[in-house]
Design a protein around this ligand. Structure first.
Ligand SMILES: [Zn+2]
Length: 311
């Protein structure tokens, strides 16, 4: 199967009340794990690369690996740039075979965000590539305490129609309480997402795919392995899976998972290293770590995204 954009994936996901997982990878091993998990669950999948990951792997290797993967796996695969901060980077990825790019100008003023996003959309659409934009601050609940407005720093439903229609984007990342990283909430704080805001946005943009960033759950079993074998992330708290499942059943068509991939991969890697001190064959350590990623991805696809069997 050839690499594909997210257009068809999102259309079916919206209609079917599920979401497509976008999994962040930092190396080719992890990408193979993600694809094995998705292929096993017969699900479409988005492999996401941050700017840092691209630099680390090198764009030429990313492209070659993605094309090889598309030939290997009989599922729809989109290759996506996560948080492209500049039109230059987005253009470079479009030119390098990516099927989807995100322009994240959400830190800019509204008009500037529109201008930059529009510029990327024009370039990408001409070349058959889809674009994700972002509106609102994807941070944590705790950052929102002193704001009077009921919408706080979250995506304001009044802005979305104008943003989407003026930019021409294909999907929109919204801020409703998810956060990047492993520490999404303070200890003792109850995780919550603003489903009231999601509902309002969904009503304003019927049929339009929304995206959740910072949506790792930090599964306890994976975190325990990570910590047991020398890791130190004791208080990490993620978004409960049932909340993500609920969002996936609504207008959210793409759910990003980065932290969980890392916790899973490096937890298993730490365990294998600790348990095999006399070995030095990389496959002894990296193989099981890759398999652990595949297993977790299949589990998320089945129990969180709801996209198993939709390939
Ligand atoms: Zn993000």
């Amino acid at each position: 199967m050839a690499l594909t954009t997210t257009k068809e994936m999102f259309k079916k996901a919206y209609e079917g009340g599920y979401a497509i997982g976008a999994f962040n990878v930092d190396n080719i091993d992890v990408m193979q794990g993600v694809l094995a998990g998705a292929a096993g669950a017969r699900s479409p999948v988005i492999v996401a690369f941050s700017e840092g990951a691209l630099k680390f792997i090198h764009p030429a290797y990313v492209r070659a690996a993605a094309e090889a993967a598309a030939k290997e796996c009989d599922i729809p695969i989109a290759i996506h740039l996560d948080h492209g901060k500049s039109p230059e980077l987005c253009r470079a990825c479009v030119d390098n075979g990516f099927t989807s790019v995100m322009i994240d100008a959400s830190a800019q003023e509204f008009e500037q965000n529109i201008a930059l996003t529009k510029e990327v959309v024009a370039y990408a659409h001409d070349r058959g590539v889809v674009v994700e934009g972002e509106l609102g601050a994807i941070a944590g609940i705790e950052d929102d305490i002193n704001v009077d407005d009921k919408y706080g720093r979250f995506t304001h439903p009044d802005d979305v129609i104008e943003f989407v229609s003026r930019t021409g984007i294909d999907s929109l990342a919204i801020a409703i309480g998810t956060a990047h990283g492993a520490y999404k909430f303070k200890p003792g704080q109850k995780p919550q997402l603003r489903f009231d805001i999601l509902e309002e946005i969904q009503q304003k943009l019927p049929g339009f795919p929304l995206v959740l960033h910072g949506a790792s759950s930090v599964p306890r079993d994976r975190l325990d392995i990570f910590n047991k074998y020398g890791g130190q992330m004791p208080e990490a708290i993620g978004i409960p899976e049932e909340m993500l499942r609920r969002a996936a059943s609504m207008a959210v068509c793409k759910i990003n998972v980065g932290t969980d991939i890392r916790v899973c991969y490096f937890g298993e890697l730490r365990r294998r290293l600790a348990e095999n001190p006399s070995k030095f064959d990389g496959r002894t350590f990296l193989g099981p770590a890759r398999d652990a990623v595949a297993e977790m991805v299949a589990d998320k696809i089945t129990n969180v995204m709801g996209s198993a069997g939709k390939a």
